[in-house]
Design a protein around this ligand. Structure first.
Ligand code: SF4
Ligand code: SF4
Length: 502
């Protein structure tokens, strides 16, 4: 699959305008491209005037909620005592490469944004939070901060002013420590990374009970651009079209339609079966919804997850049930486990989807999943559970026929779900290890040690559990080139001899 930064073609470059123009995160090059001029300007303004600029710009949090940034800044500025800026640089899932692309291509814009925010609200320290999987990015950020300290742009007497500010980088301890504000703040406080309902607003009592301005990396990276002429609100999106072997990242003006974005990036809109916005956290739509506008309300009202801006295109060779099942696999691992419906609902829907892909779907599965998802939507404590619910509900609303084909007609038209395929054991490849026999719950495999094993089709329900466990890739899909196979187990080695004799 091609992984491209299609930024050079992007019609709109606000946050990404320095991408591709620096060799790594070199501070001298950043300064030559006008870097830190926003901070320099700000240090000559009153903090109140900076907050007004942010309010007038209309900047909204790009991490998902779309909360007006100016309101948060004003609320924090109005608090007294020690304050923090916490910036979420963690990637929300393993597919989403946007944050890491920002860190690798220009980490300074976001750091400059943190410092401008610190000056405006009266904070003298900031924290950058990363996921436990971002060790490379951790080192990049630390090196960038070090360059800033030696250039007297971080620490005391910043840019020869009285402003002092420092930043530390913290990595989460486990996979669950990412994404959501409450989870990240609790992680930084050394508490378990779960959602709680009764936490006060961070701007008043956030990290360690102190006023805290919390923003995503992309929100803060937009801040220096606001101090220049002609600022427009944008969103960095990642487009994935697996069948056409395309993965790219680009920046688009807020308010563009998804169809326009695809066309501009050369992704064919013909032959699209479905598209999703938000990966494991967002809804899945039919192609007649390509007109959905890429803005906070357009995406969130449609059930997508604006913060996780991955747009995935599904075409005819991809199975929608399999896709939703894979998203639930991720959600069931990433759910913090705090609320019953988030934890149990996600797990239950995942198990049901797995059964459907293994040809074990039952007539009432769809109603059952809908009932669970509707409850998740109502009572999950955080967005993780609600977004997972949106995904299955949208899939059931728009693509019920594809689920019906699996459950009632026992067909996966895309031929993706392994459960709808038939298997045989290749007598040439089987070495009689017996691993398949031990995982088969249907007693559909016959054999003993050092005997070529045989799969009994009448007993097999095509669950495919044996396929992945076979060390010799001996369990194969029945197709046009299926060879002759023994009727019952025979000693390893005897098959070739008996074939030669014939
Ligand atoms: S099919 Fe694979 S797992 Fe089963 S006995 Fe043969 S080699 Fe072992
Ligand atoms: S696919 Fe393999 S594990 Fe599953 S029922 Fe058939 S033989 Fe058994």
């Amino acid at each position: 699959m091609k992984h491209e930064l299609n930024i050079n073609n992007a019609a709109t470059r606000v946050v990404t305008k320095k991408w591709g123009r620096m060799s790594g995160n070199n501070i001298a090059e950043y300064i030559n491209l006008g870097g830190f001029s926003g901070l320099e300007k700000v240090l000559k303004l009153k903090p109140e005037d900076v907050i007004k600029r942010i309010e007038v710009s209309g900047l909204r949090g790009k991490g998902g909620a779309g909360y007006p940034a100016g309101l948060k800044w004003r609320c924090c500025a109005g608090q007294t005592g020690e304050k923090y800026i916490v910036s979420n640089f963690s990637n929300c899932d393993n597919t989403n490469m946007i944050v890491n692309a920002m860190i690798h291509n220009d980490v300074y814009s976001a750091i400059e944004g943190i410092m401008i925010a610190g000056y405006a609200i009266g904070a003298d320290s900031g924290i950058i939070f990363l996921r436990n999987t971002q060790a490379v990015e951790y080192n990049i950020i630390r090196a960038a901060l070090e360059q800033m300290r030696s250039s007297k742009i971080l620490g005391k007497g910043i840019l020869k002013s009285d402003f002092q500010f420092d930043i530390q980088v913290v990595m989460g301890k486990n996979n669950a420590e990412k994404g959501q504000e409450i989870i990240i703040l609790r992680s930084l406080e050394g508490l378990s990374p779960v959602t709680v309902c009764n936490r006060p607003h961070s701007a008043e009592a956030g990290l360690n009970g102190k006023p805290t301005l919390y923003h995503s990396m992309e929100t803060l990276a937009s801040v220096p651009a606001i101090l220049e002429e002609g600022y427009i609100e944008t969103k960095i999106v990642q487009l994935i079209d697996t069948e056409n072997d395309i993965t790219l990242i680009t920046e688009v003006a807020i308010g563009s339609s998804i169809g326009d974005v695809l066309e501009r990036e050369g992704i064919p809109t013909e032959g699209i079966k479905a598209f999703s916005f938000g990966e494991s956290m967002g809804a899945i739509f039919p192609p007649d919804r390509l007109g959905i506008l890429l803005d906070f309300d357009g995406i969130n009202n449609a059930g997508g997850a604006f913060g996780n801006a991955v747009i995935r295109i599904l075409r005819e060779k991809e199975c929608l049930v399999d896709r939703v099942m894979r998203c639930y696999e991720v959600s069931s691992v990433e759910c913090c486990g705090r609320c019953v419906f988030g934890r149990m609902g996600t797990a239950q829907i995942y198990e049901t989807l797995k059964d459907i892909t293994k040809k074990r779907g039952k007539a009432d599965d769809l109603d059952c999943m809908r009932e669970i998802a509707e409850a998740m939507l109502l009572v999950s404590s955080c967005n993780q559970g609600k977004c997972a619910a949106q995904m299955i509900l949208s899939a059931l609303d728009f693509f019920q026929n594809e689920f019906d084909m699996h459950i009632r007609r026992k067909t996966c038209e895309a031929q993706v779900c392994k459960g709808y395929l038939s298997y045989y054991i290749s007598p040439e490849a089987c070495d009689g290890c017996g691993k398949c026999l031990s995982v088969c719950q249907r007693d559909a495999i016959e054999g003993e040690d050092d005997y070529i094993h045989v799969l009994v089709h009448d007993m097999c329900d095509s669950c495919a559990d044996c396929v992945s466990i076979c060390p010799n890739k001996a369990i194969r899909i029945v197709g046009e080139s299926t060879p002759k196979i023994p009727d019952s187990p025979i000693p390893v080695g005897s098959w070739k001899q008996s074939r030669r004799r014939r």
